[in-house]
Design a protein around this ligand. Structure first.
Ligand code: C2E
Ligand code: CA
Ligand code: CA
Ligand code: CA
Length: 276
């Protein structure tokens, strides 16, 4: 395939499609993103629906490349997972998130909890409990204030996930199942896991008041959470109507654009720090 190089000249790469070249370029950039200070975190508030009280935040990684501009996580997270870079990135995210919690507190904002996403790959290198506890120790964040988010497929597809998750539980770190309802249908694993929170996937919330199937699924998840004594949070809440529906059906926590988009740490402070 012929591709146009950065300086306008063409080169021939027999084994590579244009897509392959693009991917390689992205991969090369991504590998240097941390050292070049191009990655940062956004934080999305999690609120109690009836009071509007801030109960936590979810940390979401952002990558802004000088040439490419902002690259969305859906593009670079899978690449980071494929290349193994996710281990470095994941560690950076975790450290930054924990450190930010302590900073907010010093600045007069107590954020009860922070949720951090974990990829399957981060479980494959052996126990991640050492990494997590080192970061907690270094930053001084209480383990109870950290909640790790994993999807159902991470749990089902990772051989020793159960062992590692139990290790994390034993040091006091919380666990949430992300995108709940979109993964494996087997619920048996829920019983064996020290999980505290289910996050109802955004796809069920989107048409909650118009699509009877989504409505039924959301209600079923809320009920399941209740009967298993888990806390349930809805993600992707964009309207007052959705929030009202959730509250009516016993889901008390929500996250979504209706409350706030993911924001920079300073903006979170401005909006949520109690006024003197
Ligand atoms: P996720 O964990 O399910 O995160 C929620 C995504 O939904 C975020 O997208 C967030 O910005 C978006 N969102 C929140 N509220 C709304 C809403 O009301 N409406 C709509 N349409 N979207 C909403 P984002 O930040 O682009 O992240 C996408 C995915 O990338 C995340 O999905 C997560 O799977 C992954 N990701 C992000 N940060 C990290 C990270 O630090 N580590 C890992 N392993 N994955 C991450
Ligand atoms: Ca998440
Ligand atoms: Ca999610
Ligand atoms: Ca998702």
């Amino acid at each position: 395939a012929k591709a146009r190089g950065r300086n306008g000249y063409s080169f021939y790469a027999p084994s590579m499609t244009g897509e392959g070249v693009e991917r390689l370029r992205l991969e090369t950039f991504l590998r240097r993103s941390i050292e070049k200070d191009e990655v940062f975190l956004n934080y999305q508030p999690q609120v109690e629906i009836d009071t509007g009280r801030l109960v936590g935040v979810e940390a979401l990684v952002r990558w802004n490349h000088p040439e490419l501009g902002p690259v969305p996580p859906v593009r670079f997270i899978p690449l980071a997972e494929d290349t193994g870079f996710i281990n470095q990135l994941g560690k950076w995210v975790l450290f930054e998130a924990c450190r930010q919690m302590v900073r907010w507190q010093a600045d007069g904002l107590y954020v009860p909890k922070i949720a951090v996403n974990l990829s399957a790959k981060q479980f494959e290198r052996g126990s991640i409990v050492n990494m997590v506890s080192a970061i907690l120790r270094e930053t001084g964040l209480e383990p109870q204030r950290l909640q790790l988010e994993v999807t159902e497929s991470v749990i089902m597809n990772t051989g020793d996930a159960l062992v590692f998750i139990n290790d994390l539980h034993s040091i006091g770190v919380g666990l949430a199942i992300d995108d709940f309802g979109t993964g494996y249908s087997s619920l048996a694993y829920l019983k064996q896991l020290p999980v505290q929170t289910l996050k109802i996937d955004r796809s069920f919330i989107k048409d909650i008041s118009t699509d009877p199937n989504d409505e039924a699924i959301a209600i079923a998840i809320i009920q399941l959470g209740k009967s298993m004594n888990l806390s349930v949070i809805a993600e992707g809440v964009e309207t007052e109507e959705q929030a009202a529906f959730l509250l009516r059906h016993g889901c008390y926590l929500a996250q979504g654009y209706y409350y706030s988009r993911p924001v920079l740490s300073g903006d979170l402070l401005t909006r949520w720090r109690p006024k003197p």
